[in-house]
Design a protein around this ligand. Sequence first.
Ligand code: CA
Length: 227
Amino acid sequence: MRIVVVEDEVKIAQAIKRGLELKGYAVDVVYDADSGLAHAVDPDYDLVILDRMLPGSMDGTELCRRVRAEGGSVPILMLTARGTLGDKVEGLNSGADDYLVKPFSFDELTARVKALLRRPPHHVGTAMKVGDLSVDTATYKVKRGEQDIKLSSKEFSLLEYLLHSQGRVVTKDMIITHVWDGDALVLPNTVEVYIGYLRNKIDRPFPERPPLIHTLRGFGYKLGEQA
Ligand code: CA
């Protein structure tokens, strides 16, 4: 899943980027409110981490309001140095989904990010399912039936995106956009390679069960029990 961090403190922004990338997310950073707004309404992003105090023509709260006013439904996690109750309420009223007070622990940030990314389509607790494949985004546990499957962080990230798009066809471009960040040089062939890795782990070892990853030639890929 792809995240944009809107934060003018370069050290904090870069630390968040590095940390979340280690967890398998694709992360881009922008440092002012105006580019923040442009990114937050861009459907390429699955989550926005937004600092409250920003240089530019608006603060984080106003940015949030404008995203919602334009119909943007991307989950927004707001960061702030101030932690009074009034600030929290104002942040949430402006359309933020969650709120984190600086300084925060990286574990807490990650936990909130995961919770926000799970919110939308299909989930029971922290697990997402397709057929007999279950994926727990809190513990990174992947199972087909009772069998544990070990994935690299990029493979996990690809699977998580396919799960969010379950039943729909996703193109290679969509996969590149949501699984890799703007700094990465990714060719369509790279997507084929990673889809291959994933297939080797979730479909090939289970020949007696229906395959879950389907290739629609000329269109893209689909995750589901049926092609
Ligand atoms: Ca700031």
